[in-house]
Design a protein around this ligand. Structure first.
Ligand SMILES: Cc1cc2nc3c(=O)[nH]c(=O)nc-3n(C[C@H](O)[C@H](O)[C@H](O)COP(=O)(O)OP(=O)(O)OC[C@H]3O[C@@H](n4cnc5c(N)ncnc54)[C@H](O)[C@@H]3O)c2cc1C
Length: 414
């Protein structure tokens, strides 16, 4: 009876009920303003009224705490085992583990947001950072405090280092480790809450943004804010690799060979072009074996994949940095006029990539470079696109662009 659930839960429950009851009575009796200290009954009523938004928030915090704790237990135990392996490693790294512990979490939380972005990853990182040290310190203390007589016994029986770790040191360190985990559990909650203060995106902000920008979409997406918040910001990247094939046995196509950032809308198309070129190479070199086919396919596609990767990144930088720049807007207007006035001689790089099916990515990139020089020269003296000197434009196109198009046998008349 003395160790049953009632015996364990009874005392804290009685303390809780008595504490809350006394608090309620005291606040009422002293007539304390709810702004300074709300009554427990008012807190409970508000929690019930707001439970629809509080429960998912609680679940998100609990998830971050559990993931942070799982990381700190696994990595903390691994770090302690590594530190216990040699006094040299211990002297080299342990002071930094201590230093890491004394840096306040509020000081490094903004850095975590910069590294991991706003959202759950920064919160998990904060929970991990504050909870990992007690796991390391306690497990290490346990591993180092093994009874010397038992250690000698293992040595006498020629037990391997791994066997001694598994059968003696870790079991010996278990009580220390559990104490460390108990401390870490509390700290992980503190870390997650500090992380949320700095790195979480509040639901209200998401609702505000959607309300301002996508009001008509909101009713069509059930639970949109919760869904938005539970999907961390994805990462975009460029894959550049070589070779694309391993002898005649395997070859890469599509994103596996050349994933690109999606700012030219060409990723899928580039993959389809791979298929077309591979098919052509099979027709041309199929009789010479797969290795030849794959080599020819790589030689034909790699420069084009690199070109579209560069252009997609260019477009990203353009959209990020330049769309509000008056000089850039003037340049776009001039380019638009050139396309209208000289449709057979001038096509923007965007038009060549999107609509010039016969123009390769590499060719569009090279032509774009020449056009950039032409536009530099045309735009330098201009205040407005209506002042464009069409005669000068025609001369520049004839002297700089046309010879290149003729050499490359590329027609802009499409
Ligand atoms: C936000 C965004 C917008 C985009 N917009 C455009 C656009 O407007 N126009 C355009 O052309 N392209 C666009 N793209 C790019 C386009 O989606 C990709 O280039 C295209 O999907 C790549 O096709 P893929 O078959 O090469 O690779 P994937 O589509 O990535 O297919 C690979 C498949 O392999 C599976 N897989 C991975 N590992 C294994 C394994 N070990 N075993 C079995 N299966 C595995 C994956 O689950 C996946 O289904 C965009 C991409 C993004 C991210």
């Amino acid at each position: 009876m003395s160790s049953g659930p009632l015996a364990r839960l009874g005392p804290p429950l009685v303390t809780f009920v008595a504490g809350v009851g006394l608090g309620e009575l005291a606040i009422r009796a002293l007539d304390v303003s709810p702004l300074i200290l709300p009554r427990p009954s008012a807190v409970l009523a508000a929690a019930l009224a707001e439970s629809a938004s509080l429960l998912p928030a609680l679940a998100a915090t609990a998830r971050a705490v559990l993931v942070g704790l799982a990381l700190s237990s696994t990595l903390g135990i691994a770090a302690a085992v590594a530190l216990a392996a040699s006094p040299w490693i211990q002297r080299a790294f342990y002071p930094y583990a201590i230093f890491f512990q004394i840096v306040p979490i509020v000081a490094i939380a903004p850095l975590l947001v910069i590294w991991f972005g706003y959202g759950s990853r920064a919160v998990v990182a904060a929970a991990f950072v504050v909870s990992v040290f007690p796991v390391i310190a306690n497990t290490l203390a346990g591993l180092l405090s093994v009874d010397p007589a038992l250690r000698d016994l293992f040595r006498l029986h020629r037990a391997s280092g791994l066997a001694a770790l598994w059968k003696l040191r870790l079991p010996w360190a278990l009580p220390y480790l559990l104490t460390g985990l108990r401390i870490a559990a509390g700290l992980a909650v503190i870390g997650a809450i500090v992380g949320e203060f700095v790195g979480a995106v509040p639901k209200a902000k998401v609702e505000e943004l959607f309300d301002a920008q996508f009001r008509d979409a909101v009713p069509l997406i059930p639970g949109f804010a919760a869904s938005f918040l539970s999907h961390p910001t994805g990462e975009l990247g460029t894959v550049r690799c070589r070779p694309w094939h391993l002898r005649g046995r395997v070859a890469l196509i599509g994103d596996a060979a050349h994933a690109i950032v999606p700012f030219f809308g060409q990723g899928m198309n580039a993959g389809f072009e791979d298929c077309r070129v591979l098919d052509e190479m099979l027709d041309l070199h199929g009789s010479e074996g797969w290795e030849r086919v794959f080599s020819e396919y790589t030689a034909a596609r790699k420069p084009n994949a690199d070109a579209i990767a560069d252009m997609a990144l260019d477009n990203f930088v353009e959209m990020r940095d330049r769309v509000a720049d008056p000089a850039f807007l003037l340049r776009k207007q001039v380019e638009h006029r050139l396309e209208e006035e000289l449709p057979r001689e001038y096509r923007s790089r965007y038009s060549m990539v999107m609509y010039g099916a016969h123009i390769s990515y590499r060719a569009a990139q090279e032509i774009g470079e020449i056009q950039r020089e032409i536009l530099d020269e045309l735009c330098a003296p201009l205040a407005s696109a209506t002042d464009l000197d069409l005669g000068k434009a025609k001369r520049l196109i004839r002297d700089k662009l046309a010879p290149h198009l003729a050499r490359q046998r590329v027609s802009l008349d499409y």
